[in-house]
Design a protein around this ligand. Structure first.
Ligand SMILES: Nc1ncnc2c1ncn2[C@@H]1O[C@H](COP(=O)(O)OP(=O)(O)OP(=O)(O)O)[C@@H](O)[C@H]1O
Length: 337
């Protein structure tokens, strides 16, 4: 594997910020570190970068230990939350920074800057002042600057979190395409599940400094290792269910899933949708979202579940509804016994 981190531990005095964390990043692969605030994501990224001393463990590239190799010689590209561009240089000057450090000839620098501006969708921005860029443009320039010296690993620490929600969503989609085009191995830190799932091939879920689960994005979304990880990934309710012949049966209905035997069925709010058929319930409350209505519905056993309805459904509190399970919103957790 190009990048291997083995059993990394980072302590700040008596606080263990990262404990026994191991991960690998393949060639051209994007791995996201996902976890709540304070779970140790940035510390782990910084430890891999070489910015944070390891209390224990080893970081290697193609089998070669990187201990003792300073950050600027690791051939890593870094982008942080607020791109940290050099305010007194124009866009081209910022992007060419790493190239100058590597003593790349001037004409080659200019060609590479043009190529990168095209890659990040800012063609013709060479002479713009960085103080006159929007937040999204500035982050694209920071990305171009990090990519310019062709790093062997790109490290992105919450690169989109300074941007407003809509721009962030669009930029995450653009960034996902861009990383695939650039084919660069990437480690991304985010606390935003959607961003992780949009951008990454695999995710590592961190909690309390420990990696709780690593796997391909769909697998982690669909098969969280336990209830805690499932809750972090948006599950708000669990029900007992039994799988047989590709169907999972639960008191809240049936859904297609390739699992056998007794499991816990985790439901995200989008897992129960208002439909013509399904379990009966009564609307307790509703909140309008951008593209759906989030409901609380009291079902027949007296408990309350989260559910989703189309914005045009025009429901009111007290209305009777039926709820159908949607396979896209479920998670399946093995029973802990
Ligand atoms: N330089 C430091 N000195 C002491 N403690 C630190 C330092 N940096 C981080 N910590 C602590 O280590 C723990 C992990 O912090 P870290 O920033 O890695 O978490 P995170 O998951 O990136 O959080 P966030 O999403 O809020 O940025 C926290 O308890 C934090 O307070």
């Amino acid at each position: 594997m190009p990048l291997t981190a083995e059993q990394l531990t980072v302590r700040y005095g008596s606080l263990t910020a990262v404990e026994d964390a191991s991960l690998e990043i393949g060639d051209g692969e994007v791995l996201a570190l996902l976890g709540p605030s304070g779970s140790g994501k940035s510390t782990l990224l910084r430890a891999i970068t070489g910015l944070e001393p390891l209390t224990q463990g080893r970081v290697s590239w193609n089998g070669t230990d990187l201990a003792g190799l300073p950050v600027h010689r690791r051939e890593f590209g870094l982008v942080f939350q607020d791109g940290q561009l050099f305010p007194h240089r124009d866009v081209a000057g910022n992007i060419a920074f790493g190239l100058r450090m590597h003593r790349v000839p001037k004409d080659e620098q200019a060609a590479r800057v043009t190529e990168l501006l095209e890659l990040v969708g800012l063609k013709g921005y060479e002479r713009r002042r960085v103080t006159e860029l929007s937040g999204g443009e500035a982050q694209r320039v920071a990305l171009a600057r990090a990519l310019a010296p062709r790093p062997r690993l790109l490290l992105l620490d919450e690169p989109l979190s300074g941007l407003d929600a809509e721009l962030r969503e669009q930029l995450a989609i653009d960034l996902a395409a861009l990383l695939r085009r650039a084919g660069v191995s990437t480690l991304l830190v985010t606390h935003d599940q959607e961003e992780a799932f949009t951008l990454a091939d695999r995710v590592a879920v961190l909690e309390g400094g420990r990696i709780r689960q690593v796997g391909p994005v769909r697998e982690v979304w669909r098969r969280p290792v336990d209830e805690r990880v499932a809750r972090f990934l948006g599950v708000t309710r669990f029900v007992d269910a039994t799988g047989e012949n590709g169907v999972l049966r639960s008191p809240l209905g049936e859904v297609a899933a390739e699992v056998d035997g007794p499991v816990l069925l985790g439901l995200r709010p989008s897992a129960l949708r208002v439909a013509e058929t399904g379990v009966r319930g009564e609307v307790v409350s509703q909140v309008y979202r951008r593209d759906h209505v989030r409901l609380k519905v009291r079902v027949e056993d007296g408990s309350t579940v989260d559910a989703a309805a189309p914005v045009l459904a025009e429901l009111a509190e007290g209305d009777s509804v039926r709820l159908r399970l949607d396979p896209d919103g479920i998670a399946v957790v093995s029973r802990p016994w």
